[in-house]
Design a protein. Structure first.
Lengths: 314, 299, 572
């Protein structure tokens, strides 16, 4: 297992290089540069040239690119020229919000998806199963930005209720914090819990038919033991994959939710950076996101080894 | 057929056509998959709506001649929006943008992904490694972000959007295809073909591809739903199909939210349409998966 | 100060030479009441028709503005004013920030004076008085009792002319400072003659000097006075700084909120009334509006629609009013190539489109047709009667003009715009519809804002474009858009009308506000008669709403209000 992990880690390096060069290069092909947005409509071309000189934007591409890597190794993901902040600082400020959103929605997803998936599988083809499956497929199909808007605005209109506006840390005020985050987390969880539910169901159904389950039953073990001890552990494998993937992709999907529910997270920072052509921010963020995504994938793959002793990596 | 090909044909699994007629088989499948049928019906209706939009929609969807913010009535089934456009007409025409972008993007993605997966899985070695790294690079960040960056770079006319989304889909399809091809590669008929010297492209396209086609269909159908949602999300963010082409996503953003309290119908109907469309494709995709390819059930 | 006096001042304004622009008769502190630039006397009293449809600024209420003289009986000490914005404030360095963060700076830092853009008057603040000894030389006397906040490393020392010089030089020299062209291009010398005397000389007579020192860009004033040791200790003021204003930064969480507390050592013992001032960032406008309605903030800050406003009007807890806004959308035409090089075609556009469609569809009827300047620039904009011929609709005549110009069947047109700004998009969509009536087949080419600005608008690379503009409370920028050199890099429309250009140059140097306005009026008339390449659609109505419990607040004074420090919370 260890060699596998190391090999995967090493393989991440070329991927990261490809990704960062591609993003840095692409952004420089696009018309517009940080000076355009940073200086506003009233600036003159001279102002913009001065700005570019000050931030070394006229240096050759490889110089800029290598300088950026130099900063990264010093721990500085980039100095945002447009939004006048430091990418690492911004990330430190914003990451907790996004992470909390993801964790909370992950918890909702697991709490809803796994049990209902199991129930659905065990009660296969009964009306209960159909009911659950209907809900889950609706959940998959609803655009989450629509759902989010409805969840936020309808209670505001009907009952004058709004979740708290300022961001409170969970450690300072758990209840207030949860009150702010439960709605967006629930919105995000709708889609992912539906996926998990369906996957869990098909996974369990498959396993329930498997021989070794029949053996366990034949041995006389109680149905509940059978399910809990044997079925779950194995059924969880594909589910873990998907949840891992979801966690990573949710970072992107949370962009709109962050905006609707006023959560100062990473997604919005990325959008603003793209619109503002804030090269250092975009590069820093993309680097961060790419590394995170790949690490999560790696962790998920490694976790297979724990969940199913039959799977081993050479 | 040459002797070689005959040999291969013997080893290749073949779907027998004897037994109940195709129509009867279809009916039996339909009875077992009522949800799938429901989904198929939704899709058919959707396609009809898109094709016959000029007939179904009472007004020009971009015409601003009516009074703004009128609640639903006999003359305006879904009411009018803030610019005085008939929402029902916009929803009907909006199906075109969603379907066009969704279908073509998915076709591009599936075709590209299939090619990538076939080549990567079959040849292995260095080719595989390079392709996989590039695919990983593309998969290394979430779909929407990739789409956002590409739209910012290349622009968001409808044509460009289709290509961008299609390209963004390729890695996911490619990875799945690669996995399928890897296992397929070990099967007897492939080795048989190799041993008699059938050319590689032939093996790929004439032998392996048809057998993995069902996987592709299933993947494609559910990806269609995703593509439609991503197009809507991009439009919601203002980076999707540009106005004045009516699209459900754009109609849900901007003014629909601003006027929500006074004109909720502006947001409700496009959202419903979107949900229904995606629902249809998801249901159909599910049913297809159950029928065509039990291998993919755990996906 | 009653209305008559205010309006006679308005008519007789003049910055005359050798006039001591000071606290004419009112001792000590406060602002709006005082320092009106030269009352009455030796100038003509022309009959200027003032546009009557713009709300007149409320004269400063006696006592609240003057501070020491009489106190407003209603004014109560203490309390917290809670504000919010949907604009992401990331950096509150006053020399760099150009957005909502300036509201924080306005309360924290000291400024030489405040410029009231509504009536073009300058009100000394940190300065006690200003004397304009010539067209290009200004002498400011610094108040002896203005101190920086009692915060390390400045520790409450006095503000001197040296600080003013340092601050302005910093504003001029910071690479990412914006809107400092006054200091870069027009200022010749700045010196601290002695600790209480600051002398500024300009290279040429420059009419916008006072505006550059104390005028708001729509959010706040940038030429703040900072302390050298503070800048050197912190490196930059992005997260706060030591100022000499009536409030001290207590908490600043970037991108989230700011909490300011009363400065007990402020030089005006009567101000501020408030104990605390807070600003919250709420990115989503719907949420922002709901926050106001549910009582979490005191001043409504979202861009709201007529329907939302109607709902607010029904609520007795709020003071609600309408004002003409500043921002607007425009249709720009490239006049160096066909079809818009032919003034007949431009005329056809002007009278062919129906402004009412834009007013009704984009603003639900809450807007007015516009000539050259937004009605919010009430001091400078031509009165509605004069722009009437340019905003009427006559489709028949428009088509005739097009035919005469050689386009009897209309023509195809690509309109460049950006998909990121809703105002632009809304106008652009309706423009396509309006042009269709004239037989012009227009399509929109949308790009994101950075692409649009850098490769289309700034380069003048378009035939037609729809974009939005915010004049930031003054004509300084928008007027340049009709100049042959544009805002510096050449006219975006490739427009070169020598008469208009000459008038624009002339008004920039006319120190007499009264005479300057005449020149600006003339410039508008000439530009309109030439069917100017920048067709401004309409001025929207700005809906203002704030809690009844808020006193001493006059939103019609716009940015100037932020520097009056007269707000208070009426305790129940």
């Amino acid at each position: 297992m260890r060699t596998y992990a190391i090999r995967r880690l090493l393989l991440m390096v070329p991927v990261i290089i490809i990704v960062t060069i591609a993003v840095a290069g692409l952004m420089r092909i696009v018309p517009g540069d940080p000076a355009t947005i940073a200086l506003g409509q009233n600036a003159t071309e001279e102002d913009r040239e001065r700005f570019r000189e000050a931030y070394h934007l006229n240096d050759p591409f490889h110089v800029q690119y290598l300088r950026w890597w130099g900063d990264v190794f010093k721990g500085d993901l980039g100095q945002s020229v447009v939004q006048r902040t430091n990418v690492t600082e911004e990330l430190k400020d914003r990451l907790p919000s996004t992470i909390e959103l993801l964790i909370l929605s992950g918890i909702f997803t697991a709490l809803i998806g796994i049990p209902f998936g199991v129930i659905s599988a065990v009660k296969q083809n009964t009306p209960l199963d159909y009911l659950i499956r209907s809900f889950s497929i609706f959940g998959l199909s609803i655009p989450n930005f629509w759902l989010g808007t409805l969840l936020l605005l309808l209670p505001a209109i009907w009952w004058d209720y709004l979740p708290p506006l300022s961001d409170v840390s969970f450690f300072d005020d758990p209840l207030g914090n949860l009150e702010k985050y439960w709605m967006p987390a629930a919105t995000l969880a709708t889609g992912s819990s539906a996926t998990v539910m369906r996957l869990m169901r098909s996974s369990v159904v498959e396993i329930l038919r498997d021989d070794y389950i029949r053996t366990a039953r034949a041995k006389g073990l109680a149905e509940r033991t059978v399910i809990l001890r044997h079925v779950l552990k194995n059924a969880l494998i594909p589910v873990v994959t998907v949840m891992g993937l979801q966690l990573a992709t949710l970072v992107g999907g949370s962009i709109i939710i962050e905006q609707i529910f006023n959560i100062p997270g990473v997604g919005l920072f990325l959008i603003n950076s793209i619109v503002a052509r804030d090269y250092p921010s975009i590069q820093g963020l993309v680097l961060f996101l790419a590394v995170t995504f790949m690490l999560i994938n790696l962790l998920v793959d490694l976790s297979y080894g724990f969940l199913d002793p039959r799977i081993r990596y050479s | 057929m040459s002797a070689n090909e005959q040999a291969v044909a013997v080893a290749t699994p073949v779907v027998t056509r004897r037994g109940p007629s195709r129509l009867q088989k279809l009916a039996r499948i339909a009875r077992k998959q009522p949800m799938g049928v429901f989904g198929a019906i939704i899709i058919v209706l959707l396609v009809l709506m898109a094709l016959f939009a000029p007939v179904i929609a009472p007004y020009d969807p971009t015409s601003i001649e009516f009074s703004s913010i009128e609640s639903p009535s006999a003359s305006h089934l879904f009411g009018t929006d803030d610019k005085g456009r008939d929402i029902f007409s916009r929803v009907v025409y909006g199906s075109r943008a969603s379907l066009q972008v969704g279908i073509i993007a998915t076709l591009i993605g599936v075709a590209g992904g299939a090619l990538v997966g076939l080549v990567s899985g079959y040849f292995g070695g260095v080719v595989d490694m390079i392709i996989q790294r590039v695919m990983d690079a593309m998969l290394a960040f979430p779909f929407i972000i990739l789409a956002l960056i590409m739209v910012a770079v290349f622009g968001n006319s409808m044509a460009k959007l289709m290509i961008v989304l299609g390209v963004a889909i390729i890695p996911s399809v490619g990875r799945l295809m690669r996995g399928v091809v890897l296992s397929e590669k070990e099967l007897l008929y492939v080795q048989a073909a190799q041993s008699v010297g059938v050319s590689t492209p032939r093996i790929l396209f004439r032998h392996i591809l048809p057998n993995v086609a069902s996987s592709l269909i299933v993947i494609g159908t559910s990806l269609l739903g995703t593509a439609i949602l991503v197009e809507a999300s991009l439009s919601f963010l203002g980076m999707g199909t540009p106005p004045p082409t009516p699209t459900w996503g754009a109609d849900l953003s901007g003014n629909a939210r601003v006027y929500f309290q006074h004109a909720p119908w502006m947001a409700i109907f496009p959202g419903l349409a979107l949900s229904l469309a995606v629902l249809g494709f998801n249901l159909l995709g599910d049913a297809l998966r159950d029928v065509l390819d039990p291998r993919l059930r755990n996906r | 100060m009653n209305r008559d006096n205010y309006w006679s001042r308005f008519n007789n304004r003049r910055i005359s030479r050798r006039r001591l622009l000071g606290t004419a008769g009112v001792a000590g502190s406060g602002l709006a009441a005082m320092a009106v630039v030269g009352c009455g006397g030796d100038d003509d009293d022309d009959d200027i028709s003032i546009s009557t449809n713009t709300p007149q600024p409320t004269p400063a209420r006696a006592g609240v503005a003057t501070g020491t003289a009489t106190e407003d009986p209603e004014a109560v000490r203490g309390g917290t004013l809670r504000t919010a914005t949907y604009l992401n404030t990331i950096n509150i360095d006053p020399h760099i920030e150009t957005s909502a963060g300036l509201a924080i700076c306005a309360k924290v830092y000291g400024y030489l004076g405040a410029f009231n853009t509504v009536d073009s008057t300058f009100h000394p603040l940190v300065a006690e008085s200003v004397e304009q000894v010539s067209d290009t030389e200004y002498i400011f006397k610094i108040r002896p009792n203005v101190k920086f906040h009692n915060v390390a490393p400045v520790n409450g020392r006095n503000v001197t002319a040296e600080d003013v010089v340092y601050s302005y030089e910093r504003f001029r020299d910071l690479p990412n400072a914006l809107n400092n062209d006054f200091f870069k291009q027009y200022v010749d010398k700045m010196e601290a003659v002695d600790p209480q005397t600051f002398r500024l000389t300009t290279k040429v007579p420059y009419a916008d000097t006072f505006y550059s020192l104390g005028g708001s860009n729509g959010f706040g004033v940038q030429a703040a006075i900072v302390a050298r040791e503070d800048v050197e200790a912190r490196g930059d003021l992005g997260n706060g700084g030591v100022g000499s204003g009536p409030f001290i930064i207590d908490t600043y969480v970037k991108g989230e909120r700011a909490v300011l507390k009363r400065n007990p050592d402020y030089w005006d013992p009567n101000l501020p009334y408030l104990d605390e001032w807070t600003q919250q960032i709420i990115l989503d406008q719907q949420t922002l509006l709901q926050a106001y309605k549910s009582g979490q903030i005191d001043i409504q800050a979202a861009t709201i629609t007529k329907l939302d406003f109607a709902e607010l009007e029904r609520n007795d807890d709020f003071v609600n009013m309408r004002m003409p806004a500043m921002y607007h959308a425009s249709f720009g035409m490239n006049v160096s190539v066909p079809p818009f090089n032919d003034p007949r075609v431009r005329e056809a556009i002007y009278i062919g489109i129906d402004r009412k469609q834009f007013i009704d569809k984009v603003f639900q009827g809450e807007a007015e047709p516009m000539g050259i300047f937004a009605q919010g620039l009430s001091f400078w904009a031509l009165p509605p009667e004069e722009i009437e011929p340019y905003v009427t609709t006559d489709v028949q005549r428009a088509k005739e003009l097009l035919a005469a110009a050689g386009y009897p069947d209309g023509f195809d047109l690509v309109i460049e715009s950006s998909n990121s700004v809703k105002l632009q998009l809304d106008h652009a969509e309706i423009m396509v519809s309006e042009l269709k009536k004239l037989g012009i087949n227009a399509t929109l080419n949308l790009t994101d804002i950075a692409t649009f600005l850098s490769s289309k608008l700034y380069k003048g690379d378009f035939i037609a474009t729809v974009f939005s503009h915010n004049p930031n409370e003054h004509i300084k920028r928008p007027i340049l858009m009709y100049h042959k050199d544009g805002v510096g890099t050449g006219s975006w429309w490739h427009y070169d009308n020598p008469e208009v250009t000459a008038l624009i140059d002339k008004q920039a140097q006319e120190m007499d506000v009264h005479a300057r306005r005449e020149i600006v009026y003339e410039m508008q008339r000439v530009a309109l008669a030439d069917w100017a390449p920048m067709l401004n659609y309409c001025t929207p109505t700005q809906f203002v709403s704030y809690r009844k419990t808020l006193g001493g607040y006059d939103p019609t004074l716009r940015g100037f209000q932020a520097l009056r420090y007269t707000e208070y919370i009426k305790q129940a």
